[in-house]
Design a protein around this ligand. Structure first.
Ligand SMILES: NC(=O)c1ccc[n+]([C@@H]2O[C@H](COP(=O)([O-])OP(=O)(O)OC[C@H]3O[C@@H](n4cnc5c(N)ncnc54)[C@H](O)[C@@H]3O)[C@@H](O)[C@H]2O)c1
Length: 324
């Protein structure tokens, strides 16, 4: 009997996706997200499903000589060398539309957590500090201004939720058509930082956005304003952010993503009470994980059936004949 194709999975996915692949593939789930582990297990894999942490660079992709598809759960594909994969006839797909609103909800949760000082108040009650109820730091968010950088699927959903909460929305995204938008859009990134009470990042990690939120922009923020990052860690110059926090130049930051993940135990970010942290989970809920796993499994099944899967991100780099 012909051996089933092997699917390498870098981190556990929702059981719905596993069920879809059962009987069609041999599934190997990596014990950890290290590159060494991927190198060890990718050799005879026909396809791979990755989350954001495992790096699929030239070395890993070359080792996966039988690979036909690499599927990124979620949208960011910055951990995969999509050009090299394409040049080798390997589809790189993602699963857009499966967690846009999920990430937007997380960004809004962070905004609300700051506005209502939820974490500070929780710590206060636990440490018998009832006087924290006289803190002047709680604010209404109605009529507060949120500046959204990157007005794609997640930026749009975040803007929608913020508007529903009575917030004013201002957007910066130089790569979209500015006509017929239902929000205020600016061409000047400085305006976002000067005017916003909350700045929420929703652009991808690219060579152009690397550390582009730097001291120049952080210095423009109001002292009462908060930075929210559910996008990618390397978009923010982390050292500049630490300085801004240490000098109380901003009111706080909520971060779901970091330059290096997991966040190092000696990171300066850990020492600020006005920093809210989450371990890159903005896009992960029970519901979104199910949607993502189904979309990822379908992309693998389509590839094995000789079809082009949905949401291929590297078609432009296909130079050789496909392997299938
Ligand atoms: N934390 C999480 O769990 C999580 C989950 C999903 C996505 N993300 C991140 O969110 C990002 C956005 O996702 P999306 O689905 O909205 O992507 P998208 O492609 O729909 O939108 C990204 C938008 O950013 C804009 N953009 C690009 N460069 C920009 C720049 N220099 N300045 C301003 N805008 C710029 C693009 O024009 C586009 O409109 C992803 O790239 C990913 O890194 C994080």
């Amino acid at each position: 009997m012909k051996e089933l194709p092997k699917v390498f999975i870098s981190e556990p996915i929702n059981s719905k996706g596993i069920e879809m692949l059962q009987g069609k593939a041999r599934i190997v789930i990596a014990p950890d997200t290290r590159k060494e582990t991927a190198l060890e297990l990718i050799g005879d894999a026909d396809a791979a499903i990755l989350r954001a942490t495992t790096i699929f660079d030239k070395e890993v992709i070359s080792k996966g000589a039988k690979l036909k598809a690499i599927v990124r759960t979620g949208v960011g594909i910055d951990n995969v060398d999509i050009r090299f994969a394409g040049e080798n006839g390997i589809f790189v797909c993602n699963t857009p539309g499966t967690n846009d609103e999920t990430v937007a909800e997380h960004a809004v949760a962070m905004i609300l957590a700051f506005a209502k000082q939820i974490i500070i108040m929780d710590r206060a009650v636990r440490s018998q500090n009832w006087k924290e109820r006289f803190s002047p730091n709680q604010i209404d968010i109605k009529n507060k201004k949120v500046g959204i950088i990157g007005y794609g699927n997640i930026g749009l959903a975040t803007a929608h939720f913020c508007k529903c909460l009575g917030m004013q929305v201002i957007v910066y995204d130089p790569f979209i058509d500015h006509t017929n938008l239902k929000v205020v859009i600016t061409d000047d990134l400085e305006v976002i930082f000067k005017e916003s009470d909350f700045v929420s990042l929703h652009c991808p990690s690219t060579p152009l956005t690397y550390k582009f939120i730097n001291s120049r922009y952080l210095n423009l923020m109001k002292r009462t304003a908060y930075l929210i990052n559910t996008s990618r860690g390397d978009i923010v110059d982390e050292a500049a952010l630490v300085n801004a926090l240490a000098e109380n130049r901003i009111a706080g930051a909520a971060l779901d993503v970091f330059k290096e993940e997991p966040l190092a135990s000696n990171s300066s970010l850990l020492k600020f009470p006005n920093v809210i942290l989450s371990p890159h989970v903005a896009g992960s809920t029970k519901e979104s994980n199910e949607r993502i796993a189904i979309a990822a499994a379908q992309a693998i099944i389509d590839t094995f059936n000789g079809k082009t899967p949905l949401n291929v991100c590297n078609m432009e780099y296909f130079s050789k004949a496909q392997k299938i």
